[in-house]
Design a protein around this ligand. Sequence first.
Ligand SMILES: *Cc1c(COP(=O)(O)O)cnc(C)c1O
Length: 405
Amino acid sequence: MSTALSQRPQLKHLTAALDELRQKGTYFRLRVLEDVQAPVCTYDGRKVINLASNNYLGLCDHPKLREAAIEATRKYGVGSGAVRTIAGTMKVHMELEEKIARFKNVEACVVFQSGFTANAGTVSSILGKEDFIISDELNHASIIDGARLSRAKIKVFRHRDVDHAEELLQEVAHEPGRKLIITDGVFSMDGDIGPVDKLCDLAEKYGAIMMVDDAHASGVLGRNGRGSVDHFHCHGRVDVQVGTLSKAIGALGGYVCGSRDLIDYLYHRARPFLFSTSHPPAVAATCIAAFDLLESEPERMERLWDNTRYFKAELGRIGFDIGGKTTPASETPITPIIIGDGKKTMEFSRALFDAGVMATGIAFPTVPEGKARIRTIMTSEHTRQHLDQALETLEKTARRLGILS
Ligand SMILES: *Cc1c(COP(=O)(O)O)cnc(C)c1O
């Protein structure tokens, strides 16, 4: 019966939209991982060097995390059975929240099912339609969705442009609504760092709420991966800190850190918290073990940054545009290779894959038209040999396709 639905006219507009993507050359299929998320792994039957994951510290398959997940499953089963506010708050959920709060040096923490729901659920519940959101133009989609759901008025400032943010704040300074300044700690497509310290100054000058989304900074920036607030020494100046458990932490989830009342309020009002079931105990236990590792194995972060410096320097030496000319300069393990044309970028990504390197092509609408790129991400677990082999493949393939002359 599965073919019958495709004969119906109801969703024909979706087929047309997909045909348009095919024509533009930006249609994609999902690549399927057949083994473990690791520096070398198998997608679609091909062994590749993986430059595409957010597994910054190699925790996705860390033996201690596997053990924690198995142990929690044995003890507590596979599901929590309810949303947190009804009957689905397990001891292990509370332990994780307390652990993160201590790690981040804040009063309290709430864990959501994902970083996406943490952002969307928080922004939408702490503001209303009389309020204003002052938001960086490259902020993550989950912030934008949360902002829309809040029905607050959204004022977008040019990327990392603190003066522009101030202009926007001045425009609404006499309006009665609350103001929220929000930035990503690390921007996911360019790898540059948000001006958290300067935005904190602005927030204090104008009495605005300060919020940072540290999805790509968690486990990557700051002491033992405490994030951008720690990196900029802004403790006590950021009202709402969002982080993810899905990237460097290696499992799944998102969290919000802040005052006891912020967290209590989110327990009562954040819709993904209220209306969606909590994590399986294995996920919470895994994350607890991961935060232990951030403190007991700091050498992972050192290796991550060593690899980052080496890989960036080599990409630049080969002659790739790795940002800093027409796009922001990366300062983190995310390094874009700017190609420009979307179709060419997707062709490059496919050719790299065939040659044994997994690096995602990213085009409009995820990045601006004409700024399509291959995004590379380092992890602590890539060896020098992996990196040299990837660099050689990148260079050879780029020359063959006329991307490098
Ligand atoms: C990945 C990401 C998120 C979403 O986090 P998940 O835990 O994967 O849902 C939110 N914000 C930014 C900036 C991200 O890069």
